[in-house]
Write a protein that binds this ligand. Structure first.
Ligand code: CAA
Length: 387
């Protein structure tokens, strides 16, 4: 049978970072609550010259090459932090990456789940057209507001993935189970800059949906917990993955429990230092797992759990391919994170507030002229200008 899956993957996050121990002290919280109770050490801070388009373009440009650019038929842009109610972010990406005009471009939304739907559409398309590929970009900014309970779980970034046949990294196993239920746990009215969230309810629904899909998955596929080398979870904060997995851990034998716990830690490393990136978060967790786990080999099965508030979830598995290790940008991602410029709490608050722009005013952002990455320069006649 033909294999279809992720051939290339890359991550991008803006160049500023806040230490959450400093934030905890400033907010009169115990630092251990943030670093142990919630499981976050740092978070990316988004300057006003970055948005979901710049982050998506800066992730995608790392995987679109001279060899594969003409195979790309479709760009699927998944986000819940879109910049326009009509025009798709994918069209901006097409232009910024100089991709062919003979390409489909579309933006999709369902909270943190949309990137997974994008991958599933890509899988179906490539299955029908094995010599073509689809570029899937999951890009978001998690923004809750200064001094809110969600503040410690903010973050931002984009994951870009190229889906093709005979993929280098992993193959989809076509065993998805999924569900949707109308829940008021988290939503973002279009007239607001910050999300409305019931954080404890969202944690409960996440856990419930994981458990429900896990039972359905086992029934439909005859897999068991011992079949998997590891899990990649959507990580709104890293403790969330542990809360979900702990519910089923006693189904594994003792050796397997140690392996799953080690690999859960491996999957949390990047998110601990970035924060939530909504729809890209589960794929940052996958990238972290493949970058840090010591015991993975080709043929191993990884389970992926995607959750988007509102709520929709999907559980599926992938199989690691022969050359997966050489396809993983582990060092590049580590360098991206370690080179970020540290900001103080007051600098972060200033940057956070300077995100506010409106299209009625021609105004420049703080973009620098000789940047090597794509930046949002500002508004001109109601249009967003990028370079
Ligand atoms: N040392 C160690 N641990 C401590 C501690 C200390 N000094 N003080 C508190 N803790 C622990 C608590 O015991 C608790 O642990 P458990 O969850 O295991 O019980 C943890 O720290 C958090 O404490 P609280 O529940 O009191 O924290 P909170 O009320 O401030 O809320 C939050 C935490 C719900 C995650 C909040 O940050 C939030 O609302 N975040 C945004 C929403 C969110 O991320 N929801 C997750 C699922 S939704 C989703 O997945 C979609 C999405 O991306 C939004």
């Amino acid at each position: 049978m033909m294999t279809v899956g992720i051939d290339k993957i890359a991550f991008y996050t803006p160049n500023y970072v806040l230490d959450l121990v400093e934030l905890a002290k400033d907010r009169n919280d115990e630092p251990d609550k943030y670093t142990i109770g919630i499981g976050q050490d740092k978070q990316t801070v988004v300057p006003n010259f970055e948005d979901v388009v710049t982050m998506g373009a800066n992730a995608a440009s790392q995987i679109v090459t001279h060899e594969n650019r003409d195979t790309i038929d479709t760009i699927i842009f998944a986000t819940e932090s879109g910049i326009d109610n009509s025009k798709s972010g994918a069209i901006y990406i097409q232009k910024l990456l100089n991709l062919s005009e003979f390409v489909r471009t579309i933006e999709i939304k369902q909270a943190c789940y949309a990137g997974t739907f994008g991958l599933m559409q890509a899988r179906d398309y490539v299955t029908l057209h094995p010599d073509r590929s689809v570029l899937v970009i999951a890009s978001d900014i998690a923004r809750y507001g200064l001094s809110t309970p969600g503040e410690v779980t903010q973050g931002a970034g984009a994951v870009a993935m190229l889906v093709s046949s005979s993929p280098k990294i992993l193959a989809f196993n076509n065993d998805s189970v999924y569900m949707s239920r109308d829940v008021a746990d988290f939503w973002r009215p279009i007239d607001r800059e910050e999300a409305i969230v019931d954080g404890h309810l969202s944690t409960t629904i996440y856990k419930e949906m994981f458990l429900s899909l896990w039972h359905r998955y086992k029934e439909q596929t005859n897999n068991e917990l011992n079949s998997f080398a590891g899990f990649a979870f959507h990580l709104p904060y890293t403790k969330m993955g542990k809360k979900a997995l702990d519910q089923i851990m006693d189904e594994a034998n003792p050796k397997q429990q140690i392996k799953l716990a080690d690999n859960l830690r491996a999957s949390q490393i990047f998110s601990r230092d970035v924060g939530n990136l909504y729809t890209g978060s589960v794929y940052l967790s996958l990238l972290s797992l493949l970058s840090h786990a010591k015991n993975l080999k080709s043929g191993d099965k990884i389970a992926i759990f995607s959750y988007g508030s509102g709520a929709e979830a999907e559980l599926y598995s992938v199989t690691l391919q022969d050359e997966f290790l050489t396809g993983i940008p582990a060092e590049k991602t580590r360098q991206l994170l370690s080179k970020r410029k540290k900001v103080s709490v007051s600098e972060y608050e200033h940057i956070f507030s300077s995100q506010r722009f409106n299209s009625h005013e021609d105004k420049k952002t703080d973009a620098s002229e000789n940047a090597t990455t794509v930046q949002f320069l500002g508004w001109q006649n109601g249009e967003r200008i990028y370079q």
